[in-house]
Structures are given as C-alpha cells and as structure tokens.
Design a protein around this ligand. Structure first.
Ligand code: FAD
Length: 407
C-alpha cells in the first residue's frame, strides 16, 4: 500500500510539536513523516534575548532534534528550504527536492523593517541562535575596543534597541543586567554606557496593562535604561542612528542597533503564492489556507483573527504550540480519509515578559497581574511546561530552569 508523505517544514515550536505528536499518533504503516530544518537543533526562540545579551549560554537554549524526534520513525533532513510550489506539491531545498501529499509549514518569522533606510544593512535582529550569538560577541568586542581607541568613541558604548514591545523590553532587561559585568571586565565606568530604547508608540509595551508598564519602566530606568517613546527611527548608519520626535531630529552615535520592532511571516510563504497579510497566511478554522486542502500552516507564518476584537492574534510561541497540536490531529484525520477536521480554538493562558534576572511582569488566568519575582517564577514554570510537553521529564531535567533565584 502507498503510504502518504507528510512533510513538516521548520523545527520551531510549531514544527517540533507537530512532528513529535505525529510520530506518536501515526503508525509507520500509515504514513511517512519527514521533518526539514536548517540546523540539527531546535531552539527556544523565547530565550534568545538572553543569549543575545550574554546572560544565558545558547547551549541552554538549543535542543538536539534527535533528543526529541525518533529518527527511525521520522526522516530528518537537515537542509534549507529555498522555495515551495503548492501547485505541484514540491519543496525545493538547497540540496534536493521533496514531494509531499500533506505539508505542514512552520518556518517562523523574519524581521519587518518597514523600509527604514539602512536598517537591514546595519541593525542586528534577535532571530535565531546565530544572530543572538553575533549580538553578544559584537557588544563585547565593542567594549573591548573602547580602551584601545586613540579618540573617545561613544558609539562603541551606546546600545540602541528599536521597539519596546515584548522582545525589545525583554532584551533591554537582560542587557541592563549584563552591562555592569562588561564594564567591570573592560574597565569602563558604568555611567559612560547608554542603553537607549526607542519606541514609535506613545508608551512602552503598547496595549499592555498600565500599572505593569509603569512597573517595568521604573525598574528598567533604575538600571540606567533611557526610553525614547513617540520616537521614530528614521535612518541607521554604521556608526550612528537618526531618530525623530515631534519633527525634531536627533543623531545618536552607536555601533549597535538591535531591531526588535516588528516581525512578519517567513517570506517563502508569500513567494509560494499563498494569499498573505504582512507576510502571514490567513488560515481557515482547521489551519489550512484558502484553496489548499493538503497544506497546514502553524506558528508565525499563519494569521488567525481574534473574533473578540477583529484583529489578528499576535504571533506567539503559545499559539504556535496550540496550533501544532490541532494540526497533528487534523493531519491524522486527513491521512485516515476523515473530513470532519477539528476547529482551532486558542486557549490563551496569559502573557509574561521578563525584565532581567528575577524580574518580570505578566497577566495570567484572565486578569491576574503578576510583578517582580513572582512573575519571573511564573515565566520559568511556563518554559518548563513546554519542555515537559515536548520531550517529557528527561528533556525537562536536561534543559529546564529550576533555580528560582538564578537562570
Ligand atoms: P520558530 O520558533 O521561529 O521556528 C522556525 C523554525 O524554522 C526554526 O527552527 C528555523 O531554523 C526554521 N527555518 C526557518 N527558515 C527555514 C528555511 N528556509 N529552511 C529550513 N528551516 C528554516 N512568544 C511567547 O509566546 N512568549 C514569549 O515570552 C515570547 N518571547 C519572545 C522573545 C523573543 C526574543 C522573540 C524573538 C520572540 C518571542 N516570542 C514569544 C515569540 C515566539 O518566539 C514566536 O512566536 C515563535 O517562535 C513562533 O514559532 P514558530 O514555530 O512559528 O517559528
């Protein structure tokens, strides 16, 4: 009997959970499963800001795919997807081609740069292990250079973070903790270093509870972070940045701009011809895009509307994981020839943003606000729950965050 080929693209939250569930749910006589990913590891994107600041080593964040996926059951292909052709059911890889009967796309996000001049060329983004490691190395190298330069080079010590959404604020919290350590290491007075967070909206963490926002700002300002809200980044150059507020422009010398002000879906989905909105593909209730019954899309590549406010759900790991669970069950149904596919219903448990070691803010269980240490413990519980779900107790013990006073 011909077994259908299921191909899963991307081993992020969406792709990993889909594959881990499918390997349990489908017998090897029911379907072939192939997982394609650029690297032989999965990483927790939600920890990358810690790797970028250098407060957590990236080996804590990445997990060998073979620790979770049984390669005797799943054909793992380490390669880069270069294009998709849903009309001929083909996926082009850098080193080959795959044909599928059912496709799950979980290729994640890219930075949205909104056409800002010089941003693509000169700014860093916190997107994966390699980009996070580069930011950490770059900042440390600039600190090391500072006392070797003949002239005063303030650009080496100014760190500008574009965007005060979750990623921006979480990175600012970590780097504010790291800077005193770097200053000590490289003999630089702390007051010489500036951490500047630029946000176009009138407040940081737009849309978040006001009391929590105030807590976050007070805490971070206490650690020396400067906020420039209602301020647009107009241009980025190698050694400086141009910002504008109320039609007043200001130049800030900096060698380090970390752009955390917007994401879009992986451009491969748009290039494949799927209908997109900001690079994300609107999907039906069963997570399939319009016009394609053999394709499922999970995570940051998928766009789902929240009927309560008629706006898209923000792309989060939480939603990616839940979508993957529904997708795995729906793939099993289509493989078994059933047409009563499950409707995806997000079950949002809340949001917690870290503000550096031992500090966080969040809203959980509907409207319960959490501050400081309690919120940071909750963040670790959320992270540990994911590890348990993905790889059971073994993975949790290997990669979990247990010390509630340190990382
Ligand atoms: P990803 O997790 O991004 O995975 C995509 C995978 O596809 C990766 O393994 C990548 O290597 C692979 N891939 C990409 N392109 C190719 C290619 N061409 N070929 C082969 N493989 C490819 N969300 C929360 O819910 N809570 C948080 O606290 C939170 N904090 C965050 C903090 C930071 C710093 C960032 C950046 C994001 C945060 N998010 C958070 C958002 C969350 O991380 C994303 O929504 C989530 O990672 C999306 O999951 P995904 O499966 O779609 O893609």
């Amino acid at each position: 009997m011909n077994r259908p080929n299921i191909v899963v693209l991307g081993a992020g939250y969406g792709g990993m959970i889909t594959t881990a569930k499918l390997q349990k749910m489908l017998g090897s006589n029911e379907a072939n499963i192939t997982l394609v990913n650029k690297h032989n590891y999965h990483y927790q994107t939600t920890w990358l800001h810690e790797n970028a600041a250098g407060t957590l080593h990236h080996d804590r964040t990445r997990i060998k795919i073979s620790d979770v996926i049984n390669f005797n059951r799943v054909n793992f292909v380490q390669d880069t997807v270069v294009s998709l052709d849903p009309s001929s059911k083909k996926v082009q890889l850098e080193n080959g081609e795959l044909t599928y009967d059912y496709l799950v796309i979980g290729l994640g996000f890219e930075a949205a740069t909104f056409g800002i001049e010089g941003l693509k060329e000169h700014a860093f983004t916190i997107s994966n292990i390699n980009s996070a490691r580069l930011i950490r190395e770059h900042i440390e190298y600039n600190f090391a250079r500072y006392n070797n330069e003949k002239e005063e080079r303030q650009d080496l010590l100014n760190i500008v973070v574009g965007g005060a959404g979750f990623t921006g604020i979480e990175f600012v919290g970590e780097i504010a903790n790291k800077v005193p350590e770097l200053c000590k290491e490289y003999d630089i007075p702390r007051e010489k270093v500036r951490i500047i967070n630029v946000e176009a909206a009138p407040t940081v963490l737009p849309g978040f509870d006001e009391e929590l926002v105030e807590y976050a700002m007070n805490l971070l300002e206490g650690k020396g972070v400067e906020f420039k809200v209602g301020t647009m980044i107009k241009q980025v150059e190698e050694h400086k940045i141009l910002v504008e507020k109320d039609e007043q422009q200001e130049e800030i010398p900096t060698n380090t701009v970390v752009w955390a002000a917007g994401v879009r879906g992986n451009s491969l989905v748009e290039e494949a011809g799927f209908e997109t909105n900001r690079g994300r593909v609107p999907v039906r209730d069963d997570l399939r895009p319009n016009g394609y019954d053999d394709v499922f899309i999970v995570g940051d590549c998928a766009l789902i509307m929240n009927p309560e406010n008629d706006r898209p759900y923000p792309p989060t790991a939480q939603i990616a994981i839940q979508e993957a669970e529904t997708t795995a069950r729906n793939v099993k149904k289509v493989v078994n020839g059933e047409d009563n596919l499950e409707t995806f219903k997000p079950d949002l448990k809340g949001t917690v943003a870290s503000l550096g070691e031992g500090q966080a803010i969040g809203v959980v269980f509907g409207d319960k606000k959490l501050f400081g240490w309690t919120a940071s413990v909750m963040k670790k519980i959320i992270d540990n729950r994911y590890l348990l779900k993905l790889g059971g107790v073994g993975l949790l013990l290997k990669k979990g965050k247990f010390n509630i006073f340190t990382k």
